[in-house]
Design a protein around this ligand. Sequence first.
Ligand code: C2E
Ligand code: CA
Ligand code: CA
Length: 759
Amino acid sequence: MKNDSDNFLSLEEMQALRAKAEKRASQKSANIPVNVKDYTNEEISRIIHELQVHQIELEMQNDELRNTQTELAKQRERYFELYELAPIGYCTLDKEGKILQANLAASSLLGVDRKKLTHRRLSDFIANDDQDICYLFQKSLLDVSETHSCELRLTRQNQNTLWVQLTAKENDKGSGTILLILNDITERKEAEEAQRIAAMAFESQSGMVITDAQGNIIRVNPAFTRLTGYTSQEAVGMTMELLKSGRHDRHFYKRMWDTLNEHKRWQGEIWNKRKNGKLYAELLTITAVVDPDGNITHYVGNFSDITEDKEAEAVIHRLAYYDPLTRLPNRRLLQERVEQAIASNARSKLYGAIFFIDLDKFKELNDTRGHDVGDLLLIEVAERLRAIVREGDTVARQGGDEFVILLETLKRDPKESAVLAQQIGEKLLESISNPFVLKGYEYRCKLSIGIGLFNEKEMANDLFKHADIALYEAKKSGGNKLLFFDPQMQRDLDLRSMMEYELKEAIALNQFRLYYQPQVDRKQSATGVEALIRWEHPQHGLITPDAFIPLAEESGLIFPIGLWVVQRACAQLKAWEANVHTRHLRIAVNVSARQFRQSDFVALIEKTLETSGANPELLKLELTESLVLENVQDTIEKMDAIKRLGVHFSMDDFGTGYSSLSYLAKLPLNQLKIDRSFVLNLPDNKNDAMIVRTIITMGIGLDMDVIAEGIETPEQFEFLKVHGCQAYQGYLFGRPLEIDALSAYLLQNWERQYTGDRS
Ligand code: C2E
Ligand code: CA
Ligand code: CA
């Protein structure tokens, strides 16, 4: 804008003008000469005075004019500020809507340089969608007496769309132009829109709940009410506990909160409870609302009901992985589980087993009695198989009358694993051999089982093949039997089965012998014996206990065998009572874990003592450390009860287990028995020597006597004697002997003592 103050005169300009005017006046007076002589002096001085007054008047007027001019200039400046630099857009439009003038804000809103704005139409800048509004707005401007306003969007070249409010009014009365005010309302419009979207979203199909930072519900949407059954009034003020189903444990919720606090978001499937008590599954997303300082102010929960999906998922899963008839896992699920088992056994080094099972003569039943009877049998067989195996094992149906069992974890030792598998297989055979009742008819059925063992070395494919071959062999040899794929394993197992069978007969056939090994004091005079069992087998000769006691334990045969030993020992004690050189002798009897754990063990000992009439003080029971540690409480109770009868206790194989002094002191033991392995390398092995000395010291401290077993050399004996051991057992003093040989030994030992013969 050109400087308008140029239109006003400065003082200098004014004086110049006056000079010019005077000059012109003097020229005029030259044309119309003034004769000074025509005026009197008085007249002349009056005229001069008037002229002076006039001049002063003019000067005053001029001053005023100048003041007005300055004021005007100031106001123009303020107008410039207000108009040009205003944050609001101003435009002057003509009646056709063409832009005549625009301020800076208007040009920046319209997105066009000011120079290019003049004579453009306002409508050129309006978004297509809002052209109608613009048209109506401009039409309304014809009525200039009123202020008009509308809201519409501007499209700007290469820039984002803006929302503006347009307000128009007549510029100056009668000027015919319009003043247009443009107000940027984009922010407000966007906020309104966001609010509208949020409101819409809140009314959505998924349940929504907003809680404060403490988890108190402050708002829920209608879908929440629809899904949970709780109205807004019922829910607000409560916590989410309201919906708790009880299906998830503490850890579930703890993990959820941990995740929320750390990541500000949690998503998962959760079971909740409706107001009517019914459980439902929901997919829940919880988002923490955080203020600028990072503090959680609210939680927003958004959930949808996925119960049906879950159920559908379950149905699909059932169809894909389970046999519809028996509800057992199908071939596919079995395959997956076998692969998993192979992988995990490779890590744990445990053996697993696969059983291929086939019903003998199933086809016959199907053909003669119909398929529905056949189906009934399959269902019942499935149930019986399932009942035998453990929870973690898999019983699957391969199709037809073929079943497969996967035993995932057996033992680390292949032989022990085979034994375990065989035992389970035999239980299966036995269970199926019980008659079935199918539609009122009794039906007898038998199985054939092929077994393959696996650990990391064998792949799944070979495994199935092996079990299948074994099954084929089992069927070929007449059915109703189980066979292992590995022939050597099968032979070992057959031997074992044979032995178990024979062991059962051994008591009745009177094949057990009780041997006695002397125990002596430091003067080598006998104080008692350890009873050691032998099996005199008609074909294999004398079998040592290590070869059959474990089998007797597993099969439960240890109960009658163990009892037989106690009875024999007590009978022997009673027999010794008659003789002066034997009546003081003790008999130590070995008790194995399973035997000791039997519930009536205490009663059996008591009864045996009673029936035999033996002196309980002379009976000593040897327990191993591992037995004691298995169940310390039960052990202490039983030992106390037996101790009250007068019976003594010795801790066998002491030092080989995980001895802990704390439990040792609680046990009513009379004796510690140093294991043979520590005696073996005495006195040279420093380590063993130290252990032996420690045990002896410990025994003294616990008020127990100490016996060493396996003494074979005089050096071992000497070392033990020197260090305070009180009792001794080993080949050096005497091997385990049959009763006749022992009697001779004892007599000789007595006589030697009596006659003072010391070697
Ligand atoms: P144990 O209780 O440690 O028995 C000691 C074993 O060491 C006996 O073997 C015995 O013959 C042997 N022995 C004794 N002195 C010496 C020696 O100087 N040198 C060597 N090298 N060996 C010696 P046995 O009789 O073969 O018994 C083996 C295991 O069988 C016993 O170990 C015991 O645990 C068990 N056992 C024996 N009889 C019975 C029984 O009646 N019932 C139960 N449950 N277990 C028994
Ligand atoms: Ca023993
Ligand atoms: Ca021992």
